[in-house]
Design a binder for this molecule. Structure first.
Ligand code: FES
Ligand code: FES
Length: 186
């Protein structure tokens, strides 16, 4: 059974190793923030971070994800305070809930490597499709997130989520924080 770490939680999936990671995350781990758009690598709605790289989870099998470290939108920041999330809200770059999680994940992977990206670098790193044309705001948001990452700016724009991370984790095992050895023996 494929084993991987999802949002810092080691998980073992009792599924066919050929299953796309997208379906394992959504259907088995109950992490429905990762969206199914096209299923063939075009839209980017299914983007997750795999060992630091933003990858389309519809194109990766569980077997290929074996042993890797996956972060989904739910695990990016337990209180939604990641600079990309904050800047997307502040720049009104959030349009539909279908594309936004994948866009945020691609932006977060970019900012982690390059906190001062040019417009061209942002467009190359975030190839996600969006029919509503959010791209100009998106570029501004990612550049603003970079400034937050570089501690040139702070943002307090995003509203409180109204959902406690601990409550969410009760329903979604992959959001639980890793147990210590002593806790797991209780
Ligand atoms: S669902 Fe994976 S790229 Fe569209
Ligand atoms: S954000 Fe979904 S279509 Fe633009």
């Amino acid at each position: 059974m494929p084993r991987l770490t999802v949002n810092e939680q080691p998980l073992e999936f009792d599924m066919n190793p050929d299953t796309p990671l997208l379906w394992a995350l959504r259907d088995a781990a109950n992490l429905t923030g990762t969206k199914y758009g096209c299923g063939n690598g075009d839209c980017g709605a299914c983007m997750v971070i795999v060992d630091g790289e933003a990858l389309r989870s519809c194109l990766i099998t569980l077997a290929e994800a074996e042993g890797r470290y996956i972060t989904t939108i739910e695990g990016l920041a337990r209180d939604r305070s990641h600079p990309v999330q904050q800047a997307m809200v502040a720049e009104q770059a959030i349009q539909c809930g279908f594309c936004t999680p994948g866009i945020v994940m691609a932006g977060a992977a970019l900012i982690a490597k390059n906190s001062n990206p040019s417009e061209d670098e942002i467009r190359a790193a975030i190839p996600n499709l969006c029919r509503c044309g959010v791209y100009p705001r998106l570029v501004r948001a990612i550049q603003r997130a970079g400034r937050v990452e570089r501690r040139r700016e702070t943002i307090s724009a995003a509203p409180a989520p109204g959902i406690s991370a601990d409550d969410a984790a009760r329903e979604v095992p992959a959001l639980r924080l890793p147990q210590t050895d002593s806790e797991s023996q209780e």
